[in-house]
Design a protein around this ligand. Structure first.
Ligand SMILES: Cc1ncc(COP(=O)(O)O)c(C=O)c1O
Length: 478
């Protein structure tokens, strides 16, 4: 007879729709040989997005420093006597600038990438991240507050940073974290696992998922009526699942709100490069010199980088909270959490370094890097437009807000009696192979129905599947 034990009920109850029953059914269909299109998750390389060449060149030389030494030797021999190398020209070698970049990194790493690093990540990478934040926010030219490398922690993707923050802030069941609805289920799941309370606020869908003070005030008042101590507010900008990009005025209202209510801001900025012409203003810049605790997150998974499997990312902490009842600093507690896992994975750390120090303008690999980046971002924008155009041919489907991140979150205004958005997405999968996620998996206003689609499939695949989706939809909802 199997041994039976009680287990953590929070884990039993937590839900994670992006890996839930619909994707699980898609996996079954794929195993049975059906064509499926995994639009349930922002995993660009699973849908054929090419990695940035520069990233992979550097990573491969970090993995195999002997190949780097060999490349240098052969290049030296070629430069000395190119006529001895029949059929070989300069383009067969990796650019010396790249070789030097890798050698510099290996020099900093000392023991290569196979050794544990400091728990918060190597200092040279944290310094590079701080430099990136300062350039992005203009703090390097005197405006704003420079980032402190010692307040940066390299993490296994942004997901781990979210766990560190929420596990630390939730001290009992009455502690709450404000999250947008709809939200990326990492937040609800992590709050649930930590045993805290989810405090929902509802961006205004019809105004493009924007925010104002009344929305935030209403949410915090309702939480206080339930005797919840609200500790922090999560802002995902650009947003997942809605793709909305928060205008600077809305973001400033969040900053004022956090200051007045003495909350920390958790700014999830993993989509800061997925803007498609809109402007991104970081919360670090908006907070400026105000004494508001801020955790900002970034990742190598999203943007045009798309290296989800590498698990690179960081959290930057500003204006750390004082810890009540203990003579310890927030930073020490983060360090302790990071130490429990010894360090984040070194490939992710290396990729974080490469992401924040790409080839600068004027360097030989810059042109190709820039071209690849622009190609990926403009294809993403085109694909979002193709899907939006398909919505126009579907009865009572509306998609609010401008395009950001990697997702569209259309409202299904009409479903057959008794059917939910989960039923719709499951039927869509069975009929067309398109794997999306039901809106209820992210939270939504009662009585509304949505789905989320990641706009990642290649255009040719969209050309094939969108007409099928339109036909499916109009037949399903009639
Ligand atoms: C808003 C948001 N935050 C965090 C993450 C986690 O990213 P990572 O791969 O860096 O853990 C995701 C992943 O999709 C996301 O959409």
């Amino acid at each position: 007879m199997p041994v039976s034990m009680a287990v953590n009920q929070n884990i039993v109850e937590l839900e994670y729709a992006v890996r839930g029953p619909i994707p699980q059914r898609a996996a079954e269909l794929a195993r049975a040989g059906r064509r499926t299109i995994p639009c349930n998750i922002g995993n660009p390389q699973a849908l054929g997005q090419s990695p940035i060449t520069f990233y992979r060149q550097v990573l491969s030389f970090l993995e195999a420093p002997t190949a780097l030494a060999r490349e240098r030797r052969f290049r030296g021999a070629f430069d000395a006597n190119s006529s001895a190398f029949l059929g070989v020209d300069e383009s067969d070698f990796v650019d010396p600038w790249v070789i030097e970049y890798c050698e510099k990194m290996l020099g900093h790493l000392g023991s290569g990438i196979g050794a544990y690093t400091d728990s918060n990540g190597p200092a040279f990478i944290r310094e590079a991240v701080a430099g990136f934040i300062d350039r992005r926010d203009g703090a390097d030219s005197g405006s704003g507050v420079p980032a402190d490398p010692d307040s940066i922690f390299l993490t296994n993707g942004a997901s781990e940073a979210v766990r560190f923050i929420i596990d630390l802030l939730i001290s009992d069941a009455a502690d709450g974290i404000m999250i947008p609805i709809p939200q990326y289920p990492l937040y609800s799941a992590t709050i649930k696992k930590a045993g805290g309370a989810q405090v929902e606020y509802h961006p205004d869908e019809e105004k493009g998922w924007t925010l104002d003070r009344a929305i935030l005030d209403d949410a915090i008042c309702r939480a206080r009526d339930r005797s919840i101590t609200v500790k922090a507010i999560v802002i995902i900008n650009p947003a997942n699942p809605t793709g909305a990009i928060l205008p600077a005025e809305g973001a400033l209202e969040v900053v004022d709100f956090a200051e007045e209510n003495r909350l920390a801001i958790i700014a999830d900025e993993v989509y800061q490069d997925n803007l498609y012409g809109a402007e991104f203003v970081s919360f670090a810049k908006l907070v400026g010199k105000r004494d508001i605790p801020l955790f900002s997150l970034h990742s190598t998974s999203k943007g045009f980088h798309g290296e989800c499997g590498r698990r690179g990312g960081y959290v930057e902490i500003r204006n750390p909270i004082d810890i009540e009842g203990a003579d310890v600093r927030l930073r020490d507690l983060f360090f302790k959490q990071a130490s429990v896992a010894l360090c984040s994975n070194t490939t992710g750390q290396a990729l974080t370094y490469i992401m924040v120090t790409p080839p600068p303008e004027g360097s030989p690999p810059h042109g190709r890097y820039q071209r690849e980046k622009e190609t990926i971002l403009s294809a993403l924008q085109d694909k979002a437009t193709m899907i939006r155009e398909a919505f126009e041919e579907m009865r009572e489907v509306e998609c609010f807000g401008r395009t950001g991140a990697m997702y569209l979150f259309p409202r299904l205004g009409r479903l057959p009696g008794g059917k939910t958005d989960f039923d719709y997405c499951m039927a869509l999968l069975e009929e067309t192979g398109l794997c999306t996620v039901n809106g209820s998996g992210f939270g939504q206003r009662p009585g509304t129905h949505h789905l989320r689609i990641a706009f990642l499939p290649p255009k040719e695949m969209l050309d094939q599947v969108l007409p099928d989706w339109i036909a499916f939809h109009n037949a399903y909802v009639q």
